[in-house]
Ligand binder design. Structure first.
Ligand code: GLA
Length: 727
């Protein structure tokens, strides 16, 4: 619900369990007042505004309440009285900056508008969702900035985005964050973020906040494996089940910055948005700019509750299409089985085994087009490699379909190899800075998706290929950082727009292709999880979580990923051992137990499995079919963090609350261990749960408070999946 109190001029945004309050203050400054657990009244919140702090700070004539430099601001600008980091900044035609945004008007309405050209959360009929649009104006420059807030009452979520309308002379936006919130008492909080690199994405990092600015960002063109567009501030003692957590996640797939600036009064300015670094966007008179959306989640029940809020929202109101609500395919992918060395016969041999063990879909990965035998050529030449596939994609699809399998295909549409007919014909189609030779990454260049001709080409060949055979799944890859980012078509002045224009171009292609082919399941990938973000999930409901398919490594990667992304979004496969990334050999069972909660599949040569392994694989597929819905639509509770111990555990509770699945993993064996009890979460205390493997009965209270012992022999890489049924 959103209310506006005409006397105090306070806006009160409330969800089921939270309140977010800000107000129009002296001289029409917008002041932030409160974000946290739900409070009934807001009119006493002025005590939040300390007028004691003045020091060197300046104030406007007529502003009696101290200085905006020392107050909690709702959408700060720089250069006038507030000299902390701004949420918005721009350069006007006369070279001046100092935008001064003051409250002008507002609207409150039911529902939530779409974001022009950008992915976003949405509401459906019957959802309790309201939107507040606050118009701020710089009256000297006739610049209008609209702050949009949508309240998802039942989901406990507030989303924010910003739109600028320039009604004055030309100006250039240099900073436009999607959200900025000034929180008091930042000394109480830790800064939590997810970082890593290729094949070790999204490790949970946590440090106490310090005075000054701390942030994570991407300057790599995509969100990147290095940092995720997620930030949380938690009380020092907050854990999975208790304590306050404030968090922000950006629905965007390009350069971002997320962080917090702590000032001398321990006010923490928490923020997220497009990375202002190397960003600039020129707005002529009459032009508008729309920022991406930030998703804000507050929990006073720890990180677990925060994650479950993101999981539910993303499953139900970010992902779209036919595959949002149905169980997806259990698949076999040939990448780690054959790499690019395959022919139709080899693929079909794997496919036959795939059918045997009960899989639904065969995915043909990289190497099917042009002259692609190694990764140094052919991207852009999307014609079938006839020596490998004499019967084309259509012929292969028919044979797979005849076996009872669906056919899926790998593509990397955003790239071009210098050794390709496409590049030879259109060298100007690659991102490049005038006069400089663009550097290659994985021997490839990035196509300039800011160009309409490139987008049209991409949409056309994809449409042709997807219509040429019975293709029911696409893995959409993107395998390098962007460098020498510039576009030969754009004016000098607009070169600083290319990073963002690229992402807008990508979204346009994705919107067109995914709506043109609603029956195809799309999975995104970027060398694994290099672009695992809510923006991509809006078009493609799942992402290949990491190129590291080792079971032990995946325990960490998936745990970190689950901070804000649901398991239903994580592609997870059983792969061969010794593992191709770390050479580790883990039991086949453990590989299954780790992959099962994700979007499950195999990534190995099934025709080389022993009979015993085939039997285990069959069992795993069976379990996936039986429990997929529990993992993908139920609630996830993280019980033991692999980042803290050498064991890890989580449990899922089905949507109907009748099935509980406990997953336990040991990542490293240690002698003389202390006892480990696993206490489950999310059960009904008074209900009785029957353990399927031995018939033992426990109350929910027992399982949650006393817990069950670790109960395995001391060896490495143990794992177990234990199912309980509510009686
Ligand atoms: C990336 C992907 C892999 C595989 C290869 C193919 O690295 O993450 O899964 O598709 O590309 O080149």
């Amino acid at each position: 619900m959103i209310t506006f109190n005409k006397d105090s001029r306070f806006f009160h945004l409330s969800t089921k369990n939270t309140s977010y309050v800000f107000g129009v203050y002296q001289m029409n400054h917008l002041i932030h007042l409160y974000w946290g657990a739900k409070i009934p009244e807001d009119n006493v919140l002025t005590h939040y505004l300390s007028t004691q702090r003045m020091s060197f700070s300046a104030r406007d004539d007529g502003f009696t309440a101290g200085s905006t430099d020392n107050l909690t601001m709702e959408y700060p600008t720089f250069g006038s009285t507030d000299l902390r980091s701004p949420a918005f900044d721009c350069v006007f035609a006369d070279g001046s900056r100092v935008p001064q945004l003051r409250y002008y008007s507002h609207k409150i309405y039911d529902g939530k508008p779409k974001l022009e050209g950008l992915p976003a959360t949405y509401c459906e009929d019957g959802d309790k969702v309201q939107t507040l649009e606050v118009e701020l104006v710089d009256s000297l420059k006739d610049l209008h900035v609209f702050l949009n807030y949508s309240v998802f009452e039942d989901y406990d979520v507030i989303t924010r985005s910003v739109r600028v309308e320039n009604r004055g002379e030309k100006c250039k936006i240099t900073t436009i964050l999607s959200a900025s919130v000034d929180l008091n008492s930042a000394h109480n909080y830790d800064f939590i973020h997810l970082d890593g690199a290729w094949a070790k994405e999204r490790a949970v990092n946590r440090q106490p906040l310090f005075h000054g600015k701390q942030s994570v960002d991407s300057k790599r063109g995509a969100t990147s494996a290095h940092h995720n567009c997620f930030v949380a501030l938690s009380e020092h003692n907050a854990n999975e089940t208790m304590g306050e957590v404030y968090s922000m996640n950006l629905v965007y797939s390009g350069n971002f910055e997320a962080g917090c600036e702590v000032d001398s009064y321990d006010t923490g300015r928490m923020f997220i948005g497009i990375n202002p670094f190397e960003f600039g966007w020129t707005l002529e008179n009459g032009e508008t700019f729309q920022s991406p959306e930030a998703v804000l989640v507050y929990s006073n029940k720890g990180l677990g509750a925060m994650s479950r809020i993101y999981h539910k929202l993303y499953r139900e109101r970010l992902c779209r299409g036919k595959f949002r609500d149905i169980e997806r395919y259990a698949l076999i992918n040939n990448w780690e089985a054959t790499y690019m060395r395959f022919n139709e016969e080899k693929l079909l041999a794997i496919a036959e085994k795939a059918k045997d063990i009960g899989l639904d879909l065969f995915v043909l990965d990289d190497g099917w087009f042009g002259k692609r035998d190694v990764d140094n050529c052919s991207l852009g030449d999307w014609v079938v490699y006839k020596e490998k596939l004499p019967n084309g994609l259509g012929g292969l699809a028919q044979k797979l379909n005849a076996l009872g399998l669906k056919f899926g295909l790998w593509v990397e549409p955003e790239m071009v190899s210098p050794d390709s007919d496409l590049y030879r014909a259109h060298p100007d189609w690659a991102l490049q800075t005038k006069g400089r030779v663009p550097s290659t990454g994985r021997t490839q260049l990035v196509l300039d998706l800011s160009r309409k001709d490139v987008r049209e080409f991409t949409i056309n060949w994809l449409t042709e290929i997807l219509s040429s055979a019975n293709i029911e799944y696409i893995k959409w890859d993107m395998n390098r950082n962007m460098t020498e980012v510039g576009s030969l078509l754009l004016s000098d002045e607009r070169q600083s727009e290319v990073y963002h224009r690229y992402i807008l171009g990508l979204y346009e292609i994705l919107e067109t292709i995914t709506s043109r082919f609603p029956n195809i399941l799309f999975e995104s990938c970027s060398g694994g999880g290099g672009r695992f973000d809510p923006g991509m999930l809006h078009y493609m409901p799942q992402t290949w979580t990491s190129d590291d398919s080792d079971a032990v490594e995946r325990v960490y990667i998936q745990y970190g990923t689950s901070m804000c992304y649901p398991y239903s979004a994580m592609g997870a496969h059983v792969s061969a051992c010794p593992n191709h990334q770390v050479r580790r050999t883990t039991p086949f069972e453990m590989r299954g137990h780790v992959a099962l909660p994700g979007q499950f599949g195999f990534e190995l040569d099934l025709s080389k499995l022993t009979d015993e392994e085939i039997e285990i694989a069959k069992q795993q597929v069976k379990e996936y079919k039986e429990f997929g819905a529990v993992f993908h639509r139920g609630d996830c509770y993280r019980l033991i963090s692999p980042f803290e111990r050498h064991i890890s555990a989580l449990n899922f509770v089905s949507e109907d609350k009748n099935t509980v699945i406990l997953l336990r993993y040991r990542t490293v064996a240690k002698p003389n261990e202390r006892f480990a009890f696993v206490k489950l979460q999310g059960l009904e205390p008074d209900a009785v749960y029957v353990r399927r493997d031995n018939g033992a009965k426990y109350t929910g209270a027992f399982l949650m408070n006393a817990g069950i012992p670790w109960e395995f022999a001391l060896t490495e890489y143990q794992s177990a999946m234990t199912v309980f049924d509510k009686q």
